[in-house]
Design a protein around this ligand. Structure first.
Ligand SMILES: C[S@@+](CC[C@H](N)C(=O)[O-])C[C@H]1O[C@@H](n2cnc3c(N)ncnc32)[C@H](O)[C@@H]1O
Length: 246
């Protein structure tokens, strides 16, 4: 097991070998990688079908393919100081059995799996490509025994989590209020959940897949405020820590 300073340094140095993992997993040549990453954000936005989408989750299961991998990889590489702060925060709360919901390219799940405070990590993501990529990364990094990969929380066959990580996911869900109620049911009085959200489609509609409906967002905040209590932390980022109040 690695200590937290070492884990952070490995992330800041090379995002846990992210570029190499992308090239190997997606069979991309080194000379094509920078272009693949530079165009990732616009490619993901352009793939969204707009109002014709019947079910929000179809975008992640049927449409995105490996475009979300590229978008998330580009973001974690270009915003590594911000992501490192979320890793610092996660390290100060993570312990025991961890759920990483909507785990993406696996940065947080892999860091948790490297931590001696964490017994096991359930990586849940609706996107099969993401699950396969992070499973591949876990093997390359030698932490595969501490991770299980699932499409839904029910698939984890676990009734309580000590720590729940749900970062930059709630705005991708049709009903984020229902999702945090579900999380609440999987927590006990000592569990901690880390949440952030961005209910905005962007100044230039660069996030057409984000939910921004006023009623949905209001319902989310009412549910959050009636079922969770915020736990203060001193790191200056938008991610918040919560325990359940009922
Ligand atoms: C913006 S990414 C965030 C990834 C990661 N948490 C991070 O901070 O980099 C949103 C992730 O949520 C996943 N996702 C979307 N809807 C989901 C659902 N209903 N259940 C599980 N995962 C979902 C997507 O596949 C994607 O990996």
């Amino acid at each position: 097991m690695k200590n937290n300073s070492f884990i952070l340094k490995e992330f800041l140095d090379n995002a846990f070998n992210l570029k190499l993992h992308l090239m190997e997993f997606l069979s991309i040549k080194e000379c094509d990688l920078d272009g693949f990453l530079a165009n990732a954000k616009i490619n993901l936005a352009n793939s969204h079908p707009g109002d014709s989408l019947n079910d929000v989750s179809d975008f992640y299961t049927e449409i995105v393919g490996d475009r979300h991998l590229a978008d998330l990889a580009a973001w974690h590489i270009t915003s590594k100081e911000y992501i490192a702060d979320t890793l610092k925060l996660q390290h100060s709360f993570s312990r025991g059995i961890v759920l990483d919901f909507g785990g993406g390219i696996g940065t947080h799940a892999l860091a948790n799996a490297m931590s001696s405070n964490v017994e096991h990590v359930f990586f849940v993501d609706i996107n099969e490509t993401n699950r396969n990529f992070v499973e591949y990364r876990a093997q390359e990094l030698g932490v595969e025994k501490k991770l299980t990969f699932c499409k839904t929380i029910e698939d984890t066959q676990t009734s309580k989590f000590n720590t729940i990580i749900c970062l930059d996911v709630l705005e991708h869900l049709a009903d984020p209020a229902s999702q945090i109620k579900i999380f609440n049911n999987f927590m006990d009085s000592n569990s901690i959940a880390l949440f952030n959200w961005y209910f905005h489609k962007g100044e230039k509609n660069e996030y057409p897949f984000h939910i921004d409906d006023i009623q949905i967002v209001e319902n989310f905040f009412k549910t959050l405020q009636s079922t969770f209590l915020e736990v203060f932390h001193p790191i200056l980022i938008t991610t918040r820590a919560y325990k359940k109040i009922r």
